[in-house]
Design a protein around this ligand. Structure first.
Ligand code: DGJ
Length: 518
């Protein structure tokens, strides 16, 4: 029998193991509503995502569909998704859209929506918001019961291990308010902080005495982490798949409520880890221009796992950056079907959804090339990263990047640069194609003399370190193609093509070797 997927520590990195082998998710997340209709999935979605060459997709399981009548469970969608994914030869990560989805309780079943004993959170104005309070124990119990039925079903019917991980809830937190002002929440907020919080922060007293201005956020984090912690622990007991949670994160400090108050943001992950130890990973959803900083923050706390990233024109370039710089367990653009559909269909879908962007034609193909390249180079990338021979670069919030090594520097510029203005210097243009992915990629030092450079939309220059007694010259530059059989040699780049390495709007793969003379 196949082993249940698990996380394992290999050389200090946590790796997702599927069928006892390392499995990196190169995938995509479907739009929220796609998986609610199996016919739509079969006819529209699978054919459109097939050319991506992804190995796994993230798809919701909706509480309202799973338990349409209290205590009556309907697994037809779950069964259909498992069957379809197996037909496609891909794995799934299920997203449990239960009590909370983006701060709302829109996926709770209608019988629950209409029963006010499952109480909602209140804002500071005393008005209800459409979101069950994490202090409503009865509701948390019902969510636990429902998702445990899902786990039992998977334990029984997924011996093939098609589902490799599960996301518990979706972007939890109180949106728009610093904390819940329901009666129960007010009572607890006036009380003393719990013992674990005292130990964790070496503080005591009431929430405000202990945490002052950040009290509301810490209070809500404790509330959500305790509620989700109970749900996750029960899930694990039944079927111990790796569990994770995603966070809506802006990347700059904002007052609680401006970012969902209580969500698993980097600065409160210690609370989450204390109260929800059954959750294995916390993951950022990347829609912010600070995506590099957010990745760095999460990578300090646990392995980087990207369940959602905006499926915009830049996503192939961001994929190269994230997948090379970090040991990323999952890379998955949101609304993946839009990247691969014909443009008007994709546009229509994107419009239904505020934070996803109108797709740019050709982006899906570029992402497919990146996934293919990563599959080929992954062992080499991982080794180079561990040995400090890999440098990732990204244009986001950067005018250019420079990397120093022994006797040469490699500089990456992303747009027309100063030397263009200087007479006698050949122009170095950034990529002029309107919808090109932004600049990004990586440099991998294969030997002391040889570099492999993969990326989009940038110019790369290799120069001697000024004043170094052994200037470096270019021995050979070559272009490479990513094919079914791995990397295959292309043109030798000499003459005019030797002066600058220009990576364009299509994935560029070039090697360069250098030599020096005394
Ligand atoms: C973040 C959520 O987690 C997704 O489910 C989706 O709603 C996206 N935002 C895009 O709107």
């Amino acid at each position: 029998m196949k082993k249940i997927p698990y996380l394992e520590n290999v050389n200090g990195n946590q790796i997702l193991m599927v069928d006892d082998a390392p499995f990196q998710i190169l995938g995509g997340e479907f739009y929220n509503s796609s998986a609610s209709d199996l016919k739509y999935m079969k006819e529209k979605i699978w054919p459109s995502v097939r050319p991506l060459g992804a190995n796994c997709f993230l798809a919701p399981v909706y509480w309202e569909c799973l338990e349409p009548k209290q205590g009556v469970y309907d697994f037809s969608l779950v069964e259909g998704m498992l069957r379809q994914a197996r037909e496609e030869g891909v794995r799934l990560v299920f997203l449990w859209f239960g009590l909370w989805k983006n701060g709302k309780s829109s996926y709770i079943p209608s019988w629950m929506k209409k029963n006010s004993s499952y109480f909602y959170m209140k804002g500071a104005d005393g008005k209800f918001v459409e979101s069950v309070s994490p202090f409503c124990e009865k509701a948390v119990e019902l969510d636990t019961k429902a998702v445990c039925h899902l786990m039992e079903y998977l334990k029984e019917h997924d011996k093939e291990r098609t589902v490799v991980m599960l996301q518990v809830e979706n972007e939890v937190g109180f949106w728009g308010q610093p904390r819940d002002f329901s009666n129960r929440a007010n009572e607890l907020y006036k009380g003393l902080i719990p013992e674990e919080m005292q130990r964790l922060y070496q503080k005591n007293g009431t929430w405000e005495e202990a945490f002052g201005l950040i009290a509301c956020e810490y209070f809500m984090t404790w509330a959500f982490a305790s509620a989700v912690g109970k749900i996750a622990a029960s899930m694990k007991e039944i079927y111990p798949l790796p569990l994770f949670m995603n966070a809506m994160v802006v990347g700059v400090p904002l007052m609680a409520g401006k970012q969902p108050s209580g969500g698993p943001l980097p600065h409160v992950l210690e609370i989450w880890k204390t109260y929800a130890p059954a959750i294995d990973l916390y993951a950022p959803d990347l829609y912010s221009p600070f995506y590099k900083e957010i990745c760095a923050d999460y990578a300090k706390k646990n392995p980087l796992f990207i369940p959602e990233i905006a499926a915009d024109k830049d996503v192939p370039s961001k994929a190269l950056y994230c997948l090379s710089k970090y040991h990323t367990l999952c890379f998955s653009p949101f609304g993946i079907e839009s990247l691969m559909m014909n443009i008007s269909e994709a546009d229509l879908l994107a419009q239904t959804n505020s934070s996803s962007c109108a797709p740019v034609f050709g982006t899906g193909e570029k992402l497919a090339q990146v996934y293919h390249l990563i599959k080929i180079l992954n062992p080499e990338i991982a080794k180079a990263r561990e040995e400090g021979r890999l440098w990732a670069f990204s244009q986001q919030n950067s005018m250019g990047d420079e990397f120093y090594m022994d006797n040469c520097t490699i500089s990456v510029s992303y747009g027309p640069c100063l030397s263009e203005e200087i007479p006698g210097f050949p122009p170095r243009m950034g990529c002029r194609e309107e919808n090109a992915p932004m600049g990004g990629g990586f440099i991998l030092r294969r030997t002391k003399e040889e570099f492999l450079i993969c990326g989009f939309s940038c110019n790369i220059e290799i120069q001697s370190v000024f004043g170094h007694e052994e200037p470096v010259f270019i021995l050979e530059k070559r272009e490479w193609y990513c094919t079914e059989n791995g990397l295959e040699k292309g043109r030798i780049l000499n003459g005019d093509e030797r002066n600058y390495m220009i990576l364009s709007s299509s994935l560029g793969i070039q090697s360069v070797s250098v030599y020096s003379r005394e």
